[in-house]
Design a protein around this ligand. Structure first.
Ligand code: NAD
Ligand code: TYD
Length: 355
């Protein structure tokens, strides 16, 4: 069915992969991407689709209610897929204010615009959907056993996860209070092309390529449940198309790994693909244990049974196939990585839009 989708944060890691998936696979969907272009937004990542006939980019802040409402009416938005957020836990510890602003107030601003546009009298809203993209981090930290289900109580531990939990609650409240047709997805850690090299996998790849130290927090025994980004994006499309309004869906790939395992695997893959370090040593020799992150959640693991049973979604990539594609992508796109590292990616807005 034809849709006009407002993608928020479409120049971030997952947003870029999502916009690409929609342009490739949904021929009757228009895509409007609103992105503030914070440090995490990279227009260069969508350079080749900038003039695609079904794609429109708007540089803007989701906290700007006037702009957001104007976009809803200008493009007759019927679907929102809301990615825009401050997303890095470490940054939320040193500077939480932006997380509160964008993740909570920005989500509120979008909800209000959708409520005004979709629920005013006489409007046809049967096909409208507001999908809020959230994280498994809202559930807190697991012990050695068990999984997060959609029934797990919220127990966020970092300013990032608390701000996401807060926005999840607001989104759910708009369903119960106003009948806004919302959906929520809570996904585990993603990896893949176009991820900003402050997150574990691209940071380690970048440092290992340059022969720099590989910082591992604490004892390296914290566990994350990794999902290849394309699988996450396909799950989101499924939820938009077939999800039950008002419901939350957990998304994950049953790929629990200790951080040290991930780092060592990346080292081995790079040694095999590009050769050992100049010193002749393996890249594992660069591993450096550093001071732990405060409040560092020990283990995340997702039970994705509901989305599998209700919507028939299961991941297509294993950790091995996904990591192989990811390492190859970073090796083939070194100029992308270099432009992020030297900051020149920030000039793409002027290059592409001439302002
Ligand atoms: P990211 O940090 O790579 O990208 C965020 C994007 O949002 C950037 O393009 C940035 O410019 C934009 N943005 C930030 N503030 C904005 C504002 N006020 N107005 C408009 N745009 C703004 O994040 P990501 O890793 O792509 O994550 C996307 C979403 O998915 C987030 O909501 C995150 O909580 C959620 N999520 C991420 C993961 C993960 O592993 N990365 C896992 C589960 C859920
Ligand atoms: P990260 O990619 O920041 O995602 P999140 O904190 O949202 O899970 O980190 C993934 C894991 O890797 C987390 O347990 C923290 C750890 N980590 C390191 O050990 N070293 C690093 O340099 C980074 C960035 C993360």
């Amino acid at each position: 069915m034809a849709k006009t989708v407002l993608v928020t944060g479409g120049c971030g890691f997952i947003g870029v992969n999502f916009v690409r998936l929609l342009l490739e696979s949904r021929e009757d969907w228009q895509v409007v991407n609103i992105d503030k272009l914070t440090y995490a937004g990279n227009l260069q990542s969508l350079q080749d689709v900038a003039h695609h006939p079904r794609y429109h980019f708007v540089r803007g802040d989701i906290c700007d209610g006037v702009l957001v409402e104007e976009l809803f009416s200008r493009f007759t938005i019927d679907t929102v897929v809301h990615f825009a957020a401050e997303s890095h836990v470490d940054r939320s510890i040193t500077g939480p204010a932006a997380f509160i602003q964008t993740n909570i107030l920005g989500t509120f601003t979008l909800l209000e615009a959708a409520r005004k546009q979709w629920l005013s009298e006489g409007r046809e809203n049967r096909h409208c959907r507001f999908l809020h993209v959230s994280t498994d981090e809202v559930y807190g930290s697991l012990g050695d056993a068990g999984f997060f289900t959609e029934q797990t109580c919220y127990d966020p531990r970092s300013p990032y996860s608390a701000s996401k939990a807060s926005s999840d609650h607001l989104v759910r409240a708009y369903f119960h209070t106003y009948g806004l047709p919302i959906l929520i997805t809570n996904c585990s850690n993603n990896y893949g092309p176009y991820q900003f090299p402050e997150k574990l996998i691209p940071l380690i790849l970048n440092n290992a390529l340059q022969g720099k130290e590989l910082p591992v927090y604490g004892d390296g025994g914290n566990i994350r449940d990794w999902l290849y980004v394309r699988d996450h994006c396909e799950a989101i499309v499924k939820v938009v198309e077939q999800g039950r309004v008002g419901e939350a869906y957990n998304i994950g790939g049953h790929n629990e790994k200790k951080n040290l395992e991930v780092v060592e695997l990346l080292c081995d893959m790079l040694d095999a693909k590009v050769g050992m370090l100049q010193s002749g040593k393996p890249r594992k020799s660069l591993v450096t244990f550093v001071r732990d992150r405060p409040g560092h959640d020990r283990r995340y693991a997702i039970d994705a049974g509901k989305i599998a049973e209700e919507l028939g979604w299961t991941p297509k990539f294993t950790f091995e196939t996904g990591m192989d594609k990811t390492v190859d992508w970073y090796l083939d796109n070194r100029t992308w990585l270099e432009s992020v590292m030297d900051g020149s990616y920030r000039q793409y807005y002027e290059k592409m839009y001439g302002r």
